[in-house]
Design a protein around this ligand. Sequence first.
Ligand code: C5J
Length: 228
Amino acid sequence: MIPVPAEPHPYPLAPGATALVVIDMQRDFVEPGGFGEALGNDVTRLLAIVPTVARLIALFRAKGWPIVHTREAHLPDLSDCPPAKRLRGDPPLKIGDVGPMGRLLVRGEPGNQIIPDLAPIDGEIVVDKPGKGMFWATGLHETLQARGITHLVFAGVTTEVCVQTSMREANDRGYDCLLVEDATESYFPEFKAATLAMIRAQGGIVGWTTPFSALQEALQETLDEALR
Ligand code: C5J
């Protein structure tokens, strides 16, 4: 185990059994013209975390550790999008409607792709999820179990919706979860702050949180020790 300084106490990272999960870094959420903006949000806050998420991905690639990329994505016939989800609220455009980057939150559309700076490479796991959480109707738990993954490091958007839902689902399935604070973002800073506080409350009831620099330094120290 590698102890990573974190809240509420050091995170016991398990080399060989840890995967990075990058949630929904899609054009639909971080670029103007996508689903996020259709809901009335200013998307610029989300773009600011892209360099940190890129460094996190680079760190896991350098280690040769698995990476999961998720996309919130529905089938073109929307048969996996319940009316309770599609018709909620009063946005000008709804899931499946045609926006500036194609049909909102629909598989294969330009807006539904992961942004080019964070694009998956061969061998990485890409999950299309019809829900906010990454385990609902995806088979991801079985994929992770087959690879012996017990620990998950989380990044992506939005902190209080798809990231938090996925982290709670993972916690209930027995994964030890760490959220990288500056590699996740919300359209609402107060929601992000509340989510981080909820996750690490009561001794880490959902998991741990830490800044990217702490994770990077902890992994570098073990590398230095191994080389000594
Ligand atoms: C939302 C997400 N916010 N990826 N999706 O609808 O968090």
